[in-house]
Design a protein around this ligand. Structure first.
Ligand SMILES: Nc1nc2c(ncn2[C@@H]2O[C@H](COP(=O)(O)OP(=O)(O)OP(=O)(O)O)[C@@H](O)[C@H]2O)c(=O)[nH]1
Length: 627
C-alpha cells in the first residue's frame, strides 16, 4: 500500500506519520522515511528524526542492516550538529531501542548510556528511569548479568522514589530478572510490588503481566492454567509480547505437571505470537520452551529442527550485532595483528642485532684470544730459545775463561769443515802452561785463575774468526784452525807461544813470567784411516799431545809439530816412535827448539813418560823449575 504521507506533504507531517506507523505498519513507515530522506537540504533535526524512525521500523521488519545504517547516520548527525539534551536523549533512546531490537546489544547499551547521560544533563528523571530500565533489561535478558541488573533497577527505583514517581515497570522487570536468576522468592516479592503499583495507576500491561507471573509462581500443578489463559487472551491484543510470556509460563507449568503435549501447544502458541510481533527475546525463549516440550514428548527430530531454527535466529542476531562492530573489530584485529607483527619484527631485529653483536664480540674475542695465544707462543718460544741458549752457553762455556769447554770443543772439532785443498790442513794446537803448579803455589790459586783467564784472552788475539779456542783441561788450551799449511801452522804456534811468554802477567802485588808448551798436528792424517770421518780429529789431538810432550821435554816455552803429507799414517806407530816415523818419511816434524826431545831421559822405554792426555798422570815430567 502507498504510504499515507506522500513526498509532497510537509516534512513535519511525514515525520509524524512515520512515527505513528513504525510499530503497527513498519513497512509503510519505512517507505515514508525513505521518501522524505530523498529530499535535499533536510534540516539535521528532521533527518535525525526520520533516521531514528527508519531504524526502529527496519529493526521491526528484521532488516538489521538498514537499522544499523540509519543509527550510524543519526550518530554522525548528532556529532556534526550538537542538539539540546532533550533532543539528543530522544534520538539516542530511539536509536538504542532500534539497535536493541536489531540485536546489536553492545551498541544499544552504549546508546542507552549516552541517552541516560543526556537525561541527567537535561535533569529528566523519567528519561533517566527509562534508560536505566532499558540498560537493566539488557543486562538481564542479553548479558545474564543478573546482579548488575538488580543494581541498575534499584538505582532507577531510587530516582523514581526521590521524584515521587510510580514506575511499576521497574519492579516488574526486577521480578523478571530475579526469575531468570532462579530467585523465585525475590521475583515473587518484586511482582507483588509491581502489581498494586500498576493497578494504582491503571497500567494494564504491567498489571496483567505481574498478575500472570504471580499466578505462575504460586501455582501447583495445572490449576493456574485457566486463569493464566484468561490473562494471555487479554494480552493478545494490547500486549502481544506479554501474551507470549504468559503462554511460556503456562507451557512450563504444564511440562512440570507432566502434560508435555499441553506444554508444546502453549509453547507453539507463544512462538507464533513472538514471531509475528518480531519479539526477539520472547521468540527465543518461546522456542526454548517448544524444544523442552518436544523432548519431553520424545519428538527428538522435531526438537532438533526447532533447535536448529533457534540456532539460526541466534546466529542471525549475532551476525547483525556483529555487522555493526565488524569493521571496528576488523580494524582492531588488523591493528592488533599489525601491531603484533610490528612488535615481532622489532623483536626479531633486536634479536638479530644482539646475535650479530654477540657474533662480532665472539669473533673479536676469538681473534684477540688467538693473537694473545700467538704472542704468548712467540714469547714462550723466544723465552725458550733464550733459556736454551743460556743453558747451551752454561753447558758449553768454561765459567772461568769464558772459552768453550772441552765438550763444546769436541763438538766443534767434529763439525769443523774440511780444509781447503793443496797443502792446507785442519790443524789442532794443544797448549799447556809451564810450571803452573809452581805459579799457583807461589802466587795463590786465585792469581792462577786470573792468569788462566788472561792467557785465554791472549790466545784469542792470535786467532782468526773461524778458529776454535777452547779450554781443554785445567791449565791446557786447545786451538784449532780450519786451513793451514805447515808453514802457517808453525807461524800460529809461534804466535801462541810468544803471546804468553813475551809479556809477564801482572797482578796485585807483583807479576809473573809464564810460558806455554805447544804441540800441533794436522788432520785428516790419511783418507783411508779406519776412523769415522767425524772422529779423525782425535788422531790429530793425540799427535799434537805427543808433540806437546816433546816441547816439554825440550825445555818448555816451545812448540813442536807433527805434519802428515802422505796418504797413510799409522798414528799409533808414530805415537810410539815418532823418530822412526820421521826417519821413514811418513811424517814431518817441526819445532821451535831443535833437536826435538822425543824420548824420556829414562832408558828402555819407547815413549817414556808420555801417555795420551786423560789416561794417566804425566809421571815422566820433570820437576818444576822455579822462576
Ligand atoms: N789456579 C788454577 N790452577 C789450576 C787450574 N787448573 C789446573 N790448575 C793447576 O795447574 C797445575 C798443573 O800442574 P802440573 O800438571 O803438575 O804441571 P805444571 O806445574 O804446569 O808443570 P808442567 O806442565 O810440567 O810444566 C796443578 O797444580 C793444577 O792444580 C785452575 O783452573 N786454576
Amino acid at each position: 500500500a502507498a504510504p499515507d504521507a506522500a513526498p509532497g506533504q510537509p516534512l513535519t507531517a511525514q515525520i509524524e506519520r512515520c512515527f505513528d506507523l513504525r510499530e503497527s505498519r513498519p513497512a509503510e513507515a519505512i517507505a515514508i522515511a525513505h521518501a522524505a530522506l530523498s529530499g535535499t537540504d533536510l534540516p539535521a533535526t528532521d533527518e535525525i528524526k526520520l533516521q531514528t524512525c527508519l531504524a526502529r521500523a527496519s529493526a521491526l521488519t528484521g532488516d538489521a542492516l538498514t537499522a544499523i545504517d540509519a543509527v550510524d547516520r543519526v550518530e554522525s548527525l548528532l556529532a556534526a550538529s550538537p542538539q539540546s539534551p532533550e533532543f539528543a536523549l530522544r534520538a539516542l533512546s530511539n536509536a538504542g531501542a532500534a539497535l536493541h531490537l536489531a540485536g546489536d546489544v553492545p551498541r544499544a547499551l552504549a546508546l542507552y548510556t549516552r541517552a541516560f547521560e543526556a537525561a541527567e544533563a537535561g535533569d529528566s528523571d523519567i528519561a533517566q528511569i527509562k534508560m536505566l530500565n532499558n540498560v537493566g533489561n539488557i543486562h538481564s535478558e542479553e548479558l545474564e548479568a543478573f546482579d548488575d541488573a538488580v543494581r541498575i533497577f534499584t538505582r532507577a527505583q531510587a530516582i523514581a522514589d526521590k521524584g515521587g514517581l510510580s514506575e511499576p515497570i521497574l519492579s516488574y522487570n526486577q521480578g523478571l530478572n530475579h526469575l531468570r536468576a532462579g530467585r523465585k522468592a525475590d521475583a515473587r516479592a518484586a511482582f507483588a510490588v509491581a502489581l498494586p503499583q500498576a493497578e494504582a495507576i491503571a497500567l494494564g500491561v504491567v498489571e496483567q503481566r505481574s498478575r500472570a507471573e504471580l499466578a505462575a509462581l504460586d501455582a501447583t500443578g495445572l490449576e493456574a492454567l485457566p486463569a493464566l489463559m484468561r490473562i494471555a487472551d487479554a494480552q493478545r491484543s494490547d500486549d502481544p509480547s506479554g501474551a507470549a510470556v504468559t503462554l511460556m509460563r503456562m507451557s512450563r507449568l504444564a511440562l512440570d505437571a507432566g502434560e508435555a503435549a499441553q506444554a508444546l501447544s502453549h509453547a507453539r502458541d507463544a512462538v507464533g505470537i513472538a514471531r509475528a510481533g518480531a519479539f526477539r527475546i520472547e521468540y527465543r525463549d518461546a522456542m526454548r520452551a517448544e524444544v523442552a516440550a518436544l523432548r519431553a514428548l520424545g519428538h527428538y527430530e522435531a526438537a532438533l529442527d526447532v533447535q536448529q531454527t533457534l540456532r539460526d535466529v541466534e546466529v542471525r542476531a549475532l551476525r547483525s550485532q556483529n555487522l555493526g562492530t565488524l569493521a571496528g573489530l576488523q580494524a582492531r584485529l588488523e591493528d592488533r595483528h599489525s601491531a603484533s607483527e610490528l612488535a615481532r619484527l622489532h623483536e626479531q631485529r633486536r634479536v638479530d642485532t644482539l646475535t650479530q653483536q654477540h657474533a662480532r664480540r665472539l669473533r673479536s674475542a676469538a681473534i684477540a684470544g688467538l693473537a694473545i695465544l700467538v704472542v704468548l707462543m712467540l714469547a714462550f718460544a723466544w723465552y725458550q730459545r733464550r733459556v736454551n741458549r743460556r743453558l747451551y752457553r752454561l753447558s758449553s762455556v768454561d765459567s772461568l775463561t769464558r772459552l768453550l769447554n772441552r765438550g763444546a770443543a769436541t763438538h766443534a772439532l767434529r763439525n769443523m769443515s774440511s780444509a781447503a785443498g793443496g797443502a792446507a790442513r785442519q790443524v789442532v794446537f794443544l797448549l799447556d802452561v809451564d810450571y803452573f803448579k809452581h805459579s799457583n803455589d807461589q802466587h795463590g790459586h786465585s792469581t792462577g785463575d786470573a792468569i788462566l783467564t788472561e792467557i785465554a784472552a791472549r790466545l784469542g788475539t792470535c786467532c782468526r774468526p773461524g778458529d776454535l779456542v777452547a779450554r781443554w783441561g785445567g791449565e791446557e788450551f786447545l786451538v784449532a784452525c780450519p786451513a793451514l799449511d805447515l808453514r802457517g801452522a808453525s807461524d800460529v804456534a809461534e804466535r801462541l807461544r810468544a803471546v804468553v811468554a813475551n809479556t809477564p802477567f801482572a797482578f796485585d802485588g807483583g807479576q809473573a813470567a809464564l810460558s806455554v808448551s805447544i804441540g800441533f798436528a794436522c788432520w785428516p792424517t790419511a783418507a783411508a784411516a779406519g776412523l769415522a770421518r767425524k772422529e779423525r780429529w782425535r788422531e790429530a789431538v793425540d799427535l799434537a799431545d805427543r808433540a806437546l810432550y816433546a816441547s816439554k821435554r825440550g825445555g818448555r816455552d816451545a812448540w813442536t809439530g807433527l805434519w802428515c803429507d802422505g796418504d797413510v799414517v799409522d798414528v799409533k806407530a808414530v805415537l810410539r816412535d815418532p823418530e822412526d816415523a820421521i826417519a821413514t818419511g811418513d811424517i814431518t816434524a817441526v819445532s821451535s827448539r831443535m833437536p826435538i826431545q822425543w824420548r824420556s831421559s829414562e832408558p828402555g822405554s819407547a815413549a817414556p813418560g808420555w801417555q795420551p792426555r786423560g789416561t794417566a798422570a804425566d809421571g815422566g815430567r820433570e820437576p818444576p823449575a822455579p822462576r
